[in-house]
Design a protein around this ligand. Structure first.
Ligand code: NDP
Length: 277
């Protein structure tokens, strides 16, 4: 049976084995998918062992996405731009590295949430790996404008400069949180890790245009401080990142198996489990 796994540290909390097992059942693919704990200093060794035992591909999560990028012998353009790899596919004489996080985000926004990105004004909070992975797919969706705001403004500015050639007709700019005062957006995405520690980026009020969506990439923690603040600030719709998780998994599955699973039922089941405690 073809073997796949998600590798990270920690990894016990990962929902990926459950998601991929559901995809495999649904599409009739015979495969096994495990969770693999790699020592923080033993990523390459863990990957090599897995491959030697017949492993066909890996999902990669915290803290190994940069090491996975370095390990890949060839990379997709979106992985190249993201500067990080969350999906490895083992080929006869190559290791393909891909990044499906950003595509997963866009599929969740447009497919699951029915939010049209074309022509809208997007505010992306953060300038870490998740933000970087999201930029190319978001810009490819032809928004009118995309603003990157981060605590360390220089990091946001560096990303805006790096992605400027990909912006097309969209206006792309970067700033700190306080410079957002007086501006309004149709979509605000929290790609900071602030929610992980129950913190909130210091955002000025009045950010949300009529009908705007607030999206936190965080999932599984109920209402985050970002989501609560967005509701208080007048966001019309609020979403967490569970759909992004399922959609990035579907992108990886499609890359490995050449068949795209239907995510709706899998997402609904996961939502039921998480919201039901
Ligand atoms: P990184 O560590 O790479 O980046 C963290 C970012 O958050 C930085 O821009 C940092 O700012 C900012 N930040 C951290 N704490 C605060 C705070 N208290 N106030 C304001 N800004 C803060 O993390 P990732 O990019 O990898 O992950 C970000 C989030 O996205 C996480 O919550 C993660 O769980 C989620 N995620 C969800 C996925 C999904 O499938 N749903 C997939 C991938 C990530 P600075 O630069 O100033 O330090």
């Amino acid at each position: 049976m073809d073997r796949y796994a998600v590798v990270g540290n920690p990894i016990a909390h990962s929902r990926s084995p459950q998601i991929h097992a559901a995809f495999a059942r649904q599409t009739g693919q015979a495969l096994r998918y495990d969770a693999l704990l790699a020592p923080v200093d033993g990523f390459a060794r863990t990957v090599a062992d897995f491959r030697a035992r017949g492993g066909r591909g890996l999902n990669v999560t915290v803290p190994f996405k940069l090491e996975a990028f370095a390990l890949a012998t060839r990379r997709t353009p979106r992985a190249e731009m993201a500067g990080a790899v969350n999906t490895l596919a083992f080929e006869a004489d190559a290791i393909l590295g891909d990044n499906t996080d950003g595509a997963g985000l866009v599929r969740d926004l447009e497919g699951n949430l029915g939010f049209a990105l074309a022509g809208c004004r997007i505010l992306l909070l953060g300038a870490g790996g998740a933000c970087r992975g999201a930029l190319l797919p978001l810009l490819a969706s032809q928004p009118a404008a995309l603003t990157i705001a981060n605590r360390s403004v220089a990091k946001a500015a560096a990303l805006a400069a790096l992605f400027a050639p990909e912006a097309g007709a969209a206006s792309l700019d970067a700033c700190g949180f306080d410079a957002l005062a007086g501006r309004r957006f149709d979509l605000v995405i929290n790609a900071t890790s602030a929610s992980l520690s129950g913190a909130l980026p210091p955002l000025p009020p009045g950010l949300y245009a009529e009908g705007a969506l607030a999206y936190d990439m965080m999932y599984g923690r109920g209402d985050t401080p970002f989501m609560a603040a967005a509701r208080a600030d007048g966001a019309a719709r609020i979403a967490d990142g569970l759909g992004m998780l399922v959609e990035q998994a579907a992108e990886s599955f499609a890359l490995w198996r050449g068949v795209r699973p239907d995510t709706a039922a899998v997402l609904a089941e996961l939502r039921r489990q998480i919201d039901g405690g």
